[in-house]
Write a protein that binds this ligand. Sequence first.
Ligand SMILES: [Zn+2]
Length: 63
Amino acid sequence: MNSNRGIEVYKSYCNGCNKPFYELMDYELEECPRCGSKDIIDESILTKQIEVSFDTGEIIVKD
Ligand SMILES: [Zn+2]
């Protein structure tokens, strides 16, 4: 058994470079980290599971 916790990740889409990027709650970006465009669309909220393996101590990120 491992310990795990779900965290919410915002997925946004940049109209400047036409690529998605991700943001953590309370740390939203004002502009695209790739091209600096402020033409950003909020797309969806995903929940990622952060898991710590009790066998190896490694962090695993799951969809
Ligand atoms: Zn961009």
